[in-house]
Design a protein around this ligand. Sequence first.
Ligand code: ATP
Ligand code: MG
Length: 664
Amino acid sequence: MATEPKQVSGEELDHDLAELLEIERFEPPAEFRERALLNDPAVYEEAARDPRAWWAKQAAELDWFEPWDTVLDDSEAPFYKWFTGGKLNVSYNCLDRHVLAGRGERVAYHWRGEEGQERDITYAELLAEVKRFASALKDQGVKKGDVVGIYLPMIPEVVVAMLACARIGAPHNVVFGGFSAEAVRERMEFSEAKALITVDGAARKGKTAPVKERVDEVMGDLATLQKIIVVRSKDVPCEMRAGRDVYYDEICAAADPECEAEPLDAEHPLYILYTSGSTAKPKGILHTTGGYLTGVSATHRYVFDLKPESDVYWCAADVGWVTGHSYIVYGPLANGATSVMWEGAPDYPNRGIWWEIVEHYGVTILYCAPTAIRACIKWGADWPNGHDLSSLRLLGTVGEPINPKAWLWYHKVIGSEQCPIVDTWWQTETGAIMITPLPGITATKPGSATQPFPGVAAQVLAESSGEPLEEGQGLLVLNGPWPSMLRTLYKEPERYIETYFKRFGSETYLVGDAARRDKDGYFWVIGRIDDVVNVSGHRLSTAEVESAIVAHPDVAEAAVIGQHDEDTGQAIVAFVTLQGDLEGDEHTVEGIRATVAERIGKFARPKRMIWTDDLPKTRSGKIMRRLLRDIAEGRALGDVTTLRDPAVMSQLEDRVKEMQAQED
Ligand code: ATP
Ligand code: MG
C-alpha cells in the first residue's frame, strides 16, 4: 500500500531550503542512533590508539584459509603490504561462506532491466554461476595471474565475471561500458590482457547499441589478447573469429559446475582500474586481495549501518568505477547484503525511474553521486514526489563535493528530513571510503565529509610550509598506510612515488585535493589542488564559489575556473546551468553576483558568466574544470578520452568566442 506521497511546491521548497541553510549541524535522529551498529564515539579512540589492531579486528571478520603472520609490512614503504602470510579468496568471502552458513536463499541482487525486466539472483544462484564461469575461464586457458578485461554493461554477468576472475586469481581490468572501444583497446594493450569479456549489444535508453562489433573494429591485431568471450544479452548478431571468440553461455554449458576457490596470498592482485581522468591522463590503480576486502567490507558495514537481514541497499553507480567495484560488488557481497542493480540511465524510461525503483524494491539505503542529485533538481521535485520513498532510512553521496543546496534538497525531498546523509570522500586510489560521517554518531554539516573513518588519519597541511593546520585551508593528506590503499600504479612504480609520496615522504600520502578544516575540526574537501583560484591574493576554492552560485534559486549547476587577469591575477569565470527552461539575462547575472557577494564576499563575484545547457563531465559525471580552463585560455584541449559528451565542448567554445568578441 502506497502512502500519500508528500507534495512540495517549487516555491515552498526554495523557502524551506533557505531556512535549512541556516542550520549548521544535523544530529543523527535519536531512533537511528539507538539502533545503529556504531553509536559510541569511543570507536574512534579505540582505532586511533592502535590502528593496526583495529584493522586486524576488521580483517578477522573475513574467512581466511590461512591466518596472516604480519598485519603490516612497511619494510619497502611506500610499497606497503598488509596481512602477509595470510591466504584467502574474495569470491569465497562474497559467496561460499554465506551459502555455507545457510543464507543461500537470500537475494544478492534485484536486477532490473531498462524495459522493466526483473531478475532476482540469490547468493546460491550467484555462486553456482560464478563457479561455472570460473571453470570456463580455466578451460579457455586463463590462469592465475593473467589479466582479464571486462567490458560489460550493468547486467548480472558483469558481477559473475568479476567474481569468477577473483576465484581463480586472474586480476580483472574493468572498463566502464560507456567508454569507446578505443579506450578499451588502450587499456587491454597496456595491461596485456589475455582475455576480454564483452557483450553482443547494450541497452541505451530504448535502443540497442552494438558492442562486440565496435570491439572488433579496434581489437583486430592485438596479439596479447587471445580470447574474446561474448555474453549474449540483446540478440545482436556477432561475427565470431574462429579460435579467438567464444560465447559465454556455450563455454559455461560445457564447463565443470564445480570450481574450488583458489587460496590466494593476501597481496595477490585483485584488479587494475583506471581513474576517472578528471585532472590528468588516467592512472592504472592496482588493488590487492586481503587489505582491500577488509577495507571495503568494514566501511560498507559501518558507513551504511548495514543490517543485511532487512536492508535493501542500492548504490546507483556503474560497476565500471571504483564505487561500483567497492560498493556494488565487493563490499555488499562480503557483507551478505541484498542490493538493487539497475541497468539503465536515471532518465529512461522517464525521469522518475529511480524513485519508482526505490518504491518498488523498498530500498532502505541509497548511495549516489552529487551529479545525479543536481540533475534531479533540474528535473524538479515532482518526479520523486510522485513516489512513496518512506522505506529509505539512510542516504549517501560520493564523487564530488556536494553543494549545500543539493545536500538539503536530498535531505528534504528524498529523505523527508528523516535520513542521515553520509557524504563519503575517497578515491580510486584509496579503495574504500576514507572521510565520512558514521551515521549513528556524527553530526553532519551540509557539504562536509566530516571526519576520517576509524583507523584512518588525515590532515590538512599548509601549502607553503607543509605544517599541519588545526583550522584553515591547505593540502589534504592521509597519514600512514591503510589496508585498502593502492599498491602501485600499474607498470608505473615511479609515477606512484612521484604522484603520492614525493612531496612529504612515504608515510604521508598526498591526496591531490585541497581541503579546509573548520573550528570543530571537520574536513571540507573543496576540490582538486589545481582548482584553487587566486583572486587578488585571496585563495578561493572553486567548490565554495560554485556552492554560492548554486544557492541562487534559478541555478541548477555551476562550474568555476580562474582565468588569467591583468588586474587581479586571476578572475573568476562561471559556467552556469539554470533550472528547467529558464533563460539567463542581465537581471540573473546581477542576482547571482549579489548571492556570491553575500555568501562569500565581493571579491569572489564572477567576472564573466557563461550560460550553458550542460557542463563538460567525465563519464562518471564529474565536472572537468581543466577543459573549461583550456577553452577559457584558448588552448588546445587536453586528454578528452574520458569526456562524456564532446558536443558540450563545441557549444561552450562558441559561447566563449562570442563573449570574447563582445568584450573586444
Ligand atoms: P583523476 O585522478 O584521473 O583525475 P578522479 O580523481 O576524478 O580522476 P576518482 O578516483 O574517481 O578519479 O575520484 C576521486 C576524487 O573525487 C577525489 O580525489 C575528490 O577530488 C573527488 N571526491 C570524491 N568523493 C568526494 C566527496 N565526498 N567530496 C569531495 N570530493 C570528492
Ligand atoms: Mg584523482
